[in-house]
Design a protein around this ligand. Structure first.
Ligand code: SF4
Length: 216
């Protein structure tokens, strides 16, 4: 099983190469991006992040002191701006309440820091794990709809009905505990699903070894 998961990774890597995720110039920006990207495309998130940067709001102190209505206006391209402004504010308050320069993100056991993040309003498992993996290089595998879709098609049909935790445990059990590998693997899954393994897959253009190859 472990060999299968690594083989799929190698095939994706040889097709798409290194992805160098996450796009973000600072840990604060990665946190903001992980919250803004809920239920929208990265293209829309980029526009919101550019707006925040143009107003010099991409740091904790400036963001915390900004007018909430201005934040809502600037993040409008990312959609759900009322909810997302509240989620960003909840996260900012969490950071302000723990004035330790992100040290806890590195130092707490991963289960403990994850539990803290999940207790923040609006932070779900995918967002918490994205922040930990991409912002702080903690070895935790991020699961999303693309992961379910791709691996269901690659022969792991049980994933269609599996929970986030079950799928995550599967990857964690079958891969070396390596944040760089987890980073790259999740990025490659997303890239492949956007390029070829779409809702309606473009199998004739795909070089991945796949039980759905009969579609090719
Ligand atoms: S062959 Fe088709 S279903 Fe299989 S991974 Fe490629 S695009 Fe997806």
């Amino acid at each position: 099983m472990e060999n299968d998961i690594i083989k799929i990774y190698n095939e994706l890597y040889s097709q798409y190469g290194m992805q160098n995720w996450w796009p973000g110039e600072s840990q604060f920006e990665i946190i903001v991006g992980a919250i803004l990207t809920q239920n929208t495309s990265w293209n829309n998130v980029s526009k919101a992040i550019d707006n925040l940067k143009r107003h010099d709001l991409m740091d904790l102190e400036s963001f915390a002191n900004a007018d909430p209505d201005l934040i809502k206006k600037l993040i409008t391209p990312a959609g759900f701006y009322n909810i997302k402004q509240k989620r960003l504010t909840a996260f900012i308050n969490y950071l302000i309440n723990h004035k330790d320069n992100f040290n806890r993100f590195y130092q707490l056991p991963i289960a403990d820091i994850r539990k803290e993040l999940l207790s923040i309003n609006g932070i779900g498992k995918e967002t918490a794990d994205s922040i930990l993996l991409y912002g702080f290089e903690r070895p935790i595998f991020v699961i999303d709809a693309y992961t379910k879709r791709l691996f269901s098609r690659l022969g792991f049909s049980w994933m269609k009905k599996a929970t986030y935790d079950e799928i995550q445990q599967f990857f964690m059990d079958n891969l070396p505990l390596d944040s760089k590998l987890f980073n790259e693997y999740h990025a490659l899954i997303v890239v492949h699903c956007k390029a070829l393994c779409k809702k309606k897959p473009l199998c004739s253009e795909c070089h991945i070894t796949c039980p759905s190859q009969s579609n090719k």
